[in-house]
Write a protein that binds this ligand. Structure first.
Ligand SMILES: Cc1ncc(COP(=O)(O)O)c(C=O)c1O
Length: 431
């Protein structure tokens, strides 16, 4: 080959190489926008990075002891020993809908042993990836098979994931009024009005107890009125129950609203999480129960949910559900679990009283009754975003921007510091 011919060949070669380079250096994902960090997980990361010795994390919704340590329930420790010693257990897959003994026990826990739906066999249950998975699986099924309405109503405010979960599967997500800032209570009349005006057959996501983030639940009479309007409008109740037994310390009391709707003849979905009440946060132990008109309806719905579950996760994780299964099906462990629940809910209630008392002693402007009136893990303080910011930057106290405090992050050791800091921002930070 002549020199000039080989030069030409080199040039062509380089040109091709450069072209490939430019092509391969551009990602097919270059147009993907950066998503904002999750507010709650980001708050925990900021808290962890903070080196101040009096820092407080009242952002995350996980129970802590008075020493602010994660709590492994004593009954869970016992169940783990039983599990460990059971030589018959293996690591085979669970059925698609999960362990039937677990799902049945979970359904009984929320619906009640005397539930007409259970007695008549017109219910079905599927094991899910904790409460989030239960919400997702229910929402996914409804997005494909519920034809009455594509409108789904969530409370304003609500748990941050409700909107994401229901929008992800294609619902037109609307909000119903819930929190009334003036009374720091339920926006009852406007809630009912919204239900009356909503398109017939809309889905309403209802917090079964211990509403997150407000800690405000409807009274029983208010639940009755809500049920009546929902029946008039043929709305579909979609209960989310992430705190059964954690709210009042009483499993039955916390399930009252769900049971009332079932007694009234509603078809409904109910999501359960065993993250909080069993302390099984990372084990992703949840359940989705549905109640229908007939046993055949329940079985057909279940068959479709199983098909969806097969495509999404194939079958659920075993460990957490085995723990819950052992406890729920053993009368003495069940009793012990109730005692563990009492300990957790009582500590939270104690901290509510302590925080309130400190604020009263400091004569912090405003009224603080709502701290003890609200129930469950959270207190919706009424603090505004500029105050929350100062609490974070000046006092190293981490809470979500909406002024929600996880009472589990409050202890007998840090409550005075927390109250003094709140007192300062209430007096000195204009909103
Ligand atoms: C209202 C509500 N629903 C569902 C969940 C689901 O939690 P998990 O997926 O950890 O069970 C939570 C957790 O904070 C919650 O507050």
């Amino acid at each position: 080959m002549s020199d000039s011919a080989s030069q030409r060949l080199n040039l062509i070669h380089n040109h091709l190489n450069n072209n490939n380079m430019t092509k391969s250096s551009m990602s097919v994902f270059q147009d993907v926008a950066q998503a904002p960090p999750d507010p709650i997980f980001n708050l925990t990361a900021q808290y962890k990075a903070d080196t101040f010795d009096k820092k407080i994390n009242v952002g995350v919704g996980a129970f802590r002891t008075d020493e602010l340590k994660p709590y492994i329930l004593p009954v869970v420790k016992k169940a783990k020993v039983i599990l460990h010693e059971n030589e018959a257990l293996d690591h085979e897959y669970l059925p698609i809908a999960g362990n039937p003994s677990y799902t049945k026990a979970a359904a009984k826990l929320i619906l009640g042993a005397d539930s007409p739906a259970m007695k008549e066999g017109r219910f079905a249950a599927v094991q899910t990836l904790s409460g989030t998975g239960a919400n997702h699986t229910g929402a996914l099924f409804l997005s494909k098979f519920y034809t009455k309405s594509k409108k789904c109503y969530i409370s304003n405010p609500t748990w941050a994931n409700h909107r994401s979960i229901f929008s992800l599967v294609g619902f037109d997500v609307q909000e119903y009024p819930y929190w009334q800032p003036e009374t720091r209570g339920l926006d009852y009349e406007r809630l009912l009005q919204c239900m009356r005006e909503a398109e017939e057959g809309s889905i309403f996501v209802l917090h079964a107890c211990a509403h997150n983030p407000t800690g405000v639940d409807p009274t029983r009479d208010q639940w009755k009125a809500i049920a009546q309007v929902m029946r008039e409008k043929n709305h579909l109740p979609f209960f989310d129950c992430a705190y059964q037994g954690f709210a009042s310390g009483d499993l039955d009391k916390d399930a009252w609203a769900v049971r009332y709707f079932v007694e009234q003849g509603f078809e409904l979905f109910v999501c359960q999480s065993f993250a909080k009440n069993f302390g099984l946060y990372g084990e992703r132990t949840g359940n989705l129960t549905l109640v229908t008109k007939t046993p055949a309806d329940a079985q057909r719905v279940l068959s479709q949910i199983e098909k969806l579950q097969r495509a999404e996760i194939s079958n659920p994780p075993a460990f957490g559900s085995r723990i819950v299964d052992i406890v729920l099906n053993d009368p003495s462990l069940y009793q012990e679990w109730k005692d563990n629940l009492k300990y957790m809910s009582s500590r939270i209630i104690e901290m509510r009283h302590a925080l309130q008392q400190h604020l009263i002693d400091l004569q912090t402007p405003g009224t603080w009754d709502h701290i003890t009136n609200q129930i469950g893990m959270f207190s919706f303080t009424g603090l505004k975003q500029p105050q929350v910011k100062v609490l974070r930057e000046k006092y190293h106290i981490y809470m979500t921007d909406n002024g929600r405090i996880s009472m589990a992050g409050v202890s007998s050791k840090n409550v005075a510091y927390l109250a003094k800091s709140i007192d300062d921002v209430v007096r000195n930070v204009p909103v």
